[in-house]
Design a protein around this ligand. Structure first.
Ligand SMILES: Cc1cc2nc3c(=O)[nH]c(=O)nc-3n(C[C@H](O)[C@H](O)[C@H](O)COP(=O)(O)OP(=O)(O)OC[C@H]3O[C@@H](n4cnc5c(N)ncnc54)[C@H](O)[C@@H]3O)c2cc1C
Length: 431
């Protein structure tokens, strides 16, 4: 059976891999000249380095992603790290959130009770709320935002600022005042209460290209599929409730049975549907991420990463020759020009890390992703039904199609897994 997959980001590549593995003949169509969508690698000829557009952090609870990486043979391209997060505050130094590997889930109590970035009182309240989340059922709940919910659950200001805020901005790329408490709770549950591996950090050993992009492409081609770049899908021609022609900016496809859309919602809405209409594709507010890569003459940092408290720059990842600083939910920062940004960032780094001096920086690369992720606000839960079309041979994936999760690698791959399973089941029935 022939399948067209539209979009060469994580969800399109993963869907193509899952389907190719099951013996379907896949043609993947990607508008841009490169694969990876919002998770890609670019090279910097000057320094002979390759950078990811933003540091991508996977979690041990990313089960679909780990299955996908296994299929393409990328298990050795990732590193699992135990929970040991250095939180840095100027004048206070480093406080670790650290869990030993044994005695799960009791080790989490130990991790929180020894988290010195907040007082004993705040630690006890964080722990109490964690236990509550663990015991609660997942609900598809209304418009309560994370901040309101934390306040309603007796969290102190310092617990919100030095603990919950870091989790919320890091995992949801959204401020607690905007993000849905319900989605946040789902994420916390998956990370901390889905097994002893769930909270482990996973980093690409080298970069996203070597982790999944090249390997996915090779896998699809090795199974007889095609990967067509620089080709934009413009129109679906629909007859009798099915798509029978796909028009792109340089081709017309009519030899296929099924179509997978692995596009962001805004891109799917731009495609012309001749003969019928899309149902309810939600409209999202998007949240930017800023990444600054600093190539260093000499690297004074000793940890692999740091969480920075009380600043708009949230994480520092240490890659040896260079460091990457990530600012999530970076609406204000991306409006600044590069000189302004760098000067402000250097001042922050010098304040947080007395070992750092701006003279150590040889060169820099700033990447502003304006539509990095959608804001997982409460109304999204209510409006995103997961039912976008009644066209029988169109299956819709992408990170926005899993109502209970934020925009992540895992939601993109999980959506691909779901779509592929649906297609597989339908094809078995019709055999
Ligand atoms: C800077 C940054 C940091 C991030 N960090 C993390 C992280 O640490 N952990 C995490 O889990 N997630 C992270 N994310 C989120 C994650 O990258 C995304 O959720 C995921 O990559 C989305 O994949 P997708 O396939 O659903 O969509 P996309 O990656 O947007 O892919 C869609 C593809 O469709 C193509 N396309 C669009 N229109 C057409 C058309 N008409 N015809 C053909 N092709 C078309 C696009 O070019 C694109 O390649 C981050 C995102 C960014 C931007």
């Amino acid at each position: 059976m022939k399948i067209i997959v539209i979009g060469g980001g994580l969800s399109g590549l993963a869907a193509s891999v899952f389907l190719s593995e099951k013996g379907f003949k896949v043609t993947l169509i990607e508008a841009s000249p490169k694969l990876g969508g919002r998770a890609y690698t670019l090279s910097e000829p000057e320094s002979n380095l390759e950078f990811d557009n933003g540091q991508h952090l996977l979690m041990g609870c990313y089960r679909s992603t780990l299955r996908f990486l296994k299929i393409i043979g990328a298990e050795s391209e990732i590193i699992f790290l135990p929970l040991k997060v250095p939180f840095v505050r100027p004048n206070y130094g480093i406080s670790y959130l650290r869990a030993v590997d044994e005695f799960y889930p009791l080790n989490l109590i130990d991790a929180i009770m020894n988290f010195e970035a907040v007082s004993w009182k705040s630690r006890a309240r964080i722990l109490a709320l964690m236990m509550k989340i663990r015991n609660e059922k997942n609900e598809r709940e209304s418009n309560v935002n994370v901040f309101r919910w934390l306040k309603d659950n007796n969290q102190t200001d310092e617990a919100i600022e030095n603990f919950w805020q870091v989790l919320c901005v890091g995992a949801l790329n959204s401020d607690p005042e905007k993000a849905s408490a319900s989605i946040f709770k789902n994420v916390i549950k998956r990370i901390f209460f889905s097994g002893a591996e769930g909270y482990k950090f996973i980093l690409p050993r080298k970069n996203l290209r070597t982790m999944y992009i090249d390997k996915s492409k090779n896998f699809i081609i090795s199974k007889g599929g095609y990967v067509n770049l620089s080709e934009r899908v413009l129109e679906f021609r629909i007859e009798g409730g099915i798509i029978n022609k796909i028009v792109t900016d340089n081709n017309l496809y009519d030899d296929f049975e099924m179509v997978v859309s692995a596009l962001p919602a805004h891109a799917l809405k731009k495609i012309k549907f001749s003969g019928t209409q899309l149902k309810s594709v939600p409209s999202f507010e998007y949240s930017p991420i800023l990444n600054v890569h600093l190539i260093l003459e000499d690297n004074p940092f000793t940890e692999r990463y740091y969480a920075l408290l009380g600043t708009d720059y949230h994480w520092l990842f240490n890659h040896g020759k260079y460091i990457s600083i990530t600012a999530s939910s970076a609406e204000k920062l991306i409006k600044k020009n590069n000189a302004e940004l760098l000067s402000e960032l250097y001042s922050n780094l010098e304040l947080f890390f007395p070992i750092f001096n701006r003279k150590l920086v040889r060169s820099s690369r700033i990447i502003k992703e304006k539509r990095a992720t959608f804001v997982p606000a409460g109304d999204r839960l209510l409006n995103n039904t997961g039912y976008f079309t009644d066209i029988k041979n169109l299956f819709v994936g992408g990170d926005w199609t899993i109502p209970e999760l934020p925009a992540t690698i895992e939601s993109a791959v999980l959506s691909a897994e779901k779509v592929s399973r649906e297609i597989f089941n339908i094809s078995r029935v019709s055999d």
